[in-house]
Design a protein. Structure first.
Length: 108
């Protein structure tokens, strides 16, 4: 098993990328559903500005959360598990040290 310079094997990187993409799809799908609901309730211009503000905040959150960077993935995965976007089972195949760190960070 060849470990890359980042401390992640190619297999681990593949698992991480897949889990990352799953979480992104789940969160963005939920966001789209939320926006559809909010749009259906627009009745005044102030509602539209509130929607704009909501979208601006969500864009910042999503862009920040889904910055695929191997050195920080353990922290990102812990946050994604806490927020319900992935499960620990979806990270199966990562080495025991990474899983232990993710679990510790998830339940802090």
């Amino acid at each position: 098993m060849q470990v890359m310079n980042s401390g992640w094997t190619q297999i681990e990187e593949d698992i991480a990328r897949k889990a990352f993409e799953i979480a992104y799809k789940r969160e963005t799908s939920a966001l789209i559903d939320s926006v559809r609901h909010k749009v259906s309730g627009l009745t005044e211009i102030d509602d539209m500005w509130q929607l704009h503000d909501f979208l601006s905040v969500k864009r910042h959150e999503v862009d920040g959360r889904y910055d695929y960077n191997l050195p920080t993935l353990v922290f990102i995965f812990a946050g994604l598990i806490k927020d319900g976007w992935i499960t620990l089972n979806e990270l199966e195949g990562l080495n025991a040290d990474k899983i232990a760190k993710i679990i510790a960070l998830t339940y802090m």
